[in-house]
Design a binder for this molecule. Sequence first.
Ligand SMILES: [Zn+2]
Ligand SMILES: [Zn+2]
Length: 73
Amino acid sequence: MVCKGICHKYRAVWISQTLRYASGHKRCLGCDLYLEWDGLHCPCCGKKLRCKPRTGKSKQMFVEQKMGLQKIQ
Ligand SMILES: [Zn+2]
Ligand SMILES: [Zn+2]
């Protein structure tokens, strides 16, 4: 359950702290990295990925941005 460096292949490009969750980026606490990865677990260390913001305020923004993104699509 340690970082093997595989995660760097799936490394997500920086957008903004609040936008990144809405665009599907997930945070791996094991590798301390944001990933563009479809699974629930890190392909590298196997830890569960966080795919939602933690705080209430950015959670609200997350929902709004997600709705906004769906409208664009
Ligand atoms: Zn890793
Ligand atoms: Zn990881």
